[in-house]
Write a protein that binds this ligand. Structure first.
Ligand SMILES: Cc1cc2nc3c(=O)[nH]c(=O)nc-3n(C[C@H](O)[C@H](O)[C@H](O)COP(=O)(O)OP(=O)(O)OC[C@H]3O[C@@H](n4cnc5c(N)ncnc54)[C@H](O)[C@@H]3O)c2cc1C
Length: 386
């Protein structure tokens, strides 16, 4: 009897995702993206493929994949269309928070349905007046008997309209210091008092609902407080965001790779001054730099993922991977547009979309200014002066 090695299992799933992207995602990506249509058909297919439960432990009905495979999956999806990665990205952070910090009842109640994609979720941290400084958020959760009452507004929430259940970070104690000890995470299902506000019209990352969520006297049962104890929400979601940074780094590698591959093909087809532009040294230098930077970003991403798989702390590595990969993605997608010349600036060309998608990775999951501050803080701890 032959058994499948972990490497074979990884390549089977990555190949399955690559085939799905080529066969089903790419043919519809441009039209859906430009018209800002959520690809509901692809969501159904992804449910069937188990992609809503990639890191949910097998005992709760997920695939229980490691973070290296996770990174490869997001890379493959983003080579086709980054927004499709967004559909499962924040859903994954929510399942991570429940898997790692939830009570047994919360795990059995939510994880199997979330792994099947029957219940779709996201992460609601950002508010109109609190993004980078998430500790200053003001959405309040006030205990009332066996319930909490939530009041406030969340902003920029991915899957906001089509998702049904969100991990919501709220303030349970307005007086405690440090401020983050006053934050708690709730599993909030849509219902009375939980409304979707505006749909945000975005530069890129289109075909994915990013919305305002409004809580007005929304009542949530006390047993929906993640882990059952107040004051741990900040640490729970920050731990989830570490994996979100691996995800954003992998998405950046995927988008940059797609831009590079389109460019190297185009450069061999387009002729100027009697020869393909790939034969002009100025274009060759661009291609060499693009490929080198992408490879470096990929290695940083895999290194962070492998360290996470070994159970080690990866805030530094995930931050570096996210910072570097997103910055080179923005550079590479601009270079791709230069290589395509005027064609790169029109919507018929895929590089136009890559160029619009790239900046989100600089902003999302903690801006790159914030990443640099976190990285520097870690470095200063690691290199103390005796
Ligand atoms: C398409 C999209 C999807 C998103 N999805 C989600 C989601 O699903 N859930 C969610 O909770 N959030 C989501 N966000 C929000 C995102 O995480 C925030 O936009 C991001 O964290 C930045 O916060 P902000 O927009 O309030 O910017 P601000 O915090 O106002 O920052 C503005 C600028 O100031 C800089 N800055 C801030 N503080 C410092 C400092 N101390 N030192 C130096 N520079 C600083 C920032 O780097 C940035 O350049 C999404 C955003 C977008 C655009």
């Amino acid at each position: 009897m032959t058994t499948t090695t972990p490497e074979e299992a990884r390549s089977q799933i990555v190949n399955m995702v690559r085939d799905f992207v080529r066969r089903d995602v790419l043919p519809i990506a441009d039209e859906h993206e430009q018209k800002d249509i959520v690809p509901l058909g692809l969501i159904e297919q992804m449910k069937g493929m188990g992609l809503f439960g990639i890191t949910v432990p097998e005992e709760w009905g997920g695939m229980g994949l490691d973070y290296t495979t996770f990174a490869m999956i997001f890379e493959e999806i983003s080579k086709g269309w980054m927004s499709v990665g967004g559909i499962i990205g924040t859903h994954h952070i929510m399942t991570y928070v429940i898997s790692n910090f939830g009570t047994e009842e919360q795990k059995s109640r939510f994880l199997p349905a979330m792994a099947r994609g029957e219940m779709r979720g996201g992460l609601a941290l950002t508010e109109p007046d609190a993004g980078s400084d998430v500790q200053s958020l003001s959405l309040s959760a006030t205990k009332d008997g066996e319930e909490y009452v939530l009041n406030g507004t969340k902003m920029f929430i991915t899957n906001g309209r089509h998702g049904d259940t969100f991990a919501v970070l709220a303030r349970t104690d307005p007086n405690v210091t440090p401020k983050h000890r006053g934050l708690s995470c709730f599993i909030a299902e849509k219902g009375p008092g939980f409304e979707v506000g505006r749909d945000l019209d975005k530069l890129g990352y289109r075909g994915l609902d990013t919305c305002e969520l409004i809580f007005k006297d929304y009542r949530v049962a006390a047993d929906r407080l993640v882990g059952g104890e107040e004051g741990h929400g900040f640490q729970q979601v920050m731990s989830g965001l570490e994996t979100g940074r691996i995800n954003v780094a992998a998405r950046s590698v995927g988008v940059a790779t797609a831009a590079f591959e389109a460019s190297i093909k185009y450069a061999q087809q387009r002729e100027t001054f009697g020869k393909p532009i790939s034969q002009h040294q100025a274009i060759q230098l661009k291609l060499a730099d693009m490929a080198t930077k992408i490879e470096a970003a990929r290695l940083l991403t895999y290194q962070a993922a492998e360290k996470k798989d070994r159970g080690e702390r990866v805030d530094l590595e995930a931050g570096m991977a996210k910072l570097f990969a997103s910055e080179i993605c923005a550079e590479v997608t601009l270079e791709a547009m230069r290589i395509h010349g005027g064609v790169g600036y029109i919507k018929e060309s895929p590089v136009e979309r890559y160029y619009r998608d790239a900046p989100l990775m600089i902003i999302g999951e903690g801006t790159n200014e914030i990443q640099r501050i976190l990285i520097a803080r870690q470095l200063l701890r690691r290199y103390p002066v005796d």
